[in-house]
Design a protein around this ligand. Sequence first.
Ligand code: UYC
Length: 232
Amino acid sequence: TSSQIVELLSQLRGSAEKKQLQIISEQVNTSPVGLEVLMEFLKEEPLSPPSLSAGLAYQTLYQANIPTTQEFLQTHFPAGIVPLRSEMGIDYAELQQKLAQQDFLVADTLTLEKLCQLGGSTALGRKWLYFSEVEKFPITDLQTINTLWLVHSLGKFGFSVQREIWLSLGKNWDKFWPKIGWKTGSNWTRYPNEFIWDLSAPKGHLPLSNQLRGVRVFSSLLSHPAWSVKAE
Ligand code: UYC
């Protein structure tokens, strides 16, 4: 068994991200030493920034839900694998936990709450944002929130994913909304029940931005400098 661990581990180490994801989901999951391999892999993975492979390894260990993996995660990654950096002293632990649990609905609600916190006390009381507030969001905090979504969704969810799609469609909202599952024909997807709260959703489906007051806020979010500077 220990030679199996060494072999799988070296295979993982020597592969590019896409291949790593494949190895983790196909081989590691079906091998009796798979979880041990993932624990070793996660210990040596650089987490700044965390890779999607680290995210999948973490999720697999988290969902195994057995004492060995629980103890391991508690010891080595008590706050998850994404550094929870904030310029405003905001605590992202609960968002991390909900995303680790793949509770995407609650994570989405928390995300709006955190964005309102970033907007300041008036935004927090109002429970929605002005675009002028979004423009002033600190890069660090947006990157933390976005990386949490990315890493816990195999790269499917997050503002940066939405931005890439939006740019690829020439910022055309009428093409963008159907693409991410927010509109079908002339029908808006109804909040919350018609949205898809798991990884079977289309790419960029989450997090949600209410469009009731127009596109200005979402447009500011997707145009934020956070997405054009490299994460530390
Ligand atoms: N809702 O339809 N949405 C709400 C979305 C629209 C509306 C919340 C997203 C269209 C009302 C979230 C879409 C629309 C409320 C979202 C969507 C509309 C509400 C909770 C597809 C009518 C009650 C957080 C674009 C045609 C609250 C929040 C209120 C809530 C998300 C109606 C996350 C992505 C244009 C009436 N909708 N929203 O922001 O503010 O309240 O009155 O986008």
